[in-house]
Design a protein around this ligand. Structure first.
Ligand SMILES: C[S@@+](CC[C@H](N)C(=O)[O-])C[C@H]1O[C@@H](n2cnc3c(N)ncnc32)[C@H](O)[C@@H]1O
Length: 249
């Protein structure tokens, strides 16, 4: 790919383009975490999130503009949103190369690029109809810049009781109870909340599925959970909030 100023960027064999210059300060989710995420999501355990996000996207999409997923992971959520919006195109952004390899293959209408949310998105001003942000870092100023004035930001975050049984049994990281206020503070000034809903599913997981759920999440970074201690079957509550934000005037 070439930009008008003559810079060129190679498209990786695996289908994504690295649009960063210089080194990214961190490399995002590891290959093991991404493999665990793919296994867990492909089994359909978080399809309730895909459905909730897809419904919010159909309501919020202005009918024009790119659908950008910042911190897209394997691209499953973006693919789910595109399934309900047959004329839209998607762009999966992430800093994790293993994630981008999967996102690039998740749907023919998804393009994938390596980009750091903190450093800025490789998207023109006002080019996006939707920005999706699912369990990933947020940059309110950048999300605002890339959205059309009638575009919307959709944010999915864990609720305080998300995975509460695993938190209690295995000492997983807890969800910050002040998370909604912190999100509002980080987006405030750039966005106004337009709608919000919570969604819960009770999952019954085998040992390998529970290990995948732990392995794909923040606890994998902290090495807290011992898969040997997992029971054969675990009932786990998954609870998320889907909020829709419109650009502030
Ligand atoms: C918890 S995962 C969620 C992935 C996906 N949204 C999903 O729900 O399946 C967080 C993702 O954000 C990515 N990430 C972390 N820091 C990032 C950054 N600064 N810029 C872009 N992506 C980032 C990680 O590599 C990972 O894929």
């Amino acid at each position: 790919m070439r930009c008008p100023a003559g810079h060129s960027f190679d498209i990786a064999r695996q289908g994504y383009v690295n649009l960063t210059t210089g080194r990214t300060p961190h490399s995002g989710d590891t290959a093991e975490m991404v493999a665990a995420r793919e296994e867990f999501l492909t089994a359909g355990h978080y399809d309730f999130v895909v459905r909730a996000l897809g419904g919010a996207a159909r309501t919020a999409y202005p009918g024009m503009g790119l659908i950008v997923d910042a911190g897209a992971g394997t691209g499953r959520h973006l693919a789910g949103v595109l399934a309900g919006l047959p004329d839209a195109e998607g762009l999966a952004l992430d800093v994790s190369k293993p994630a981008l390899r999967r996102a690039a293959r998740a749907d023919p209408r998804i393009s994938a690029a390596l980009a750091d949310t903190w450093q800025g998105l490789p998207v023109a001003d006002g080019a996006a109809g939707l920005v999706l942000n699912v369990f990933a870092p947020r940059n309110g100023a950048e999300f605002r810049r890339v959205l059309r004035p009638d575009g919307r930001l959709l944010v999915v975050t864990p609720e305080p009781d998300h995975l509460r049984e695993l938190v209690a049994a295995l000492g997983l990281l807890t969800v910050d109870p002040d998370k909604p206020e912190k999100i509002a503070r980080s987006l405030g000034g750039h966005f106004t909340e337009a709608a919000t809903s919570t969604h819960t599913a009770v999952l019954t997981l085998g040992r390998a599925e529970t290990a995948a759920l732990i392995g794909m999440g923040p606890s994998a970074w902290h090495g807290r959970a011992d898969p040997g201690a997992l029971p054969e079957r675990t009932t786990v509550t998954a609870a998320v909030r889907v909020s829709t934000w419109r650009p502030s005037d």
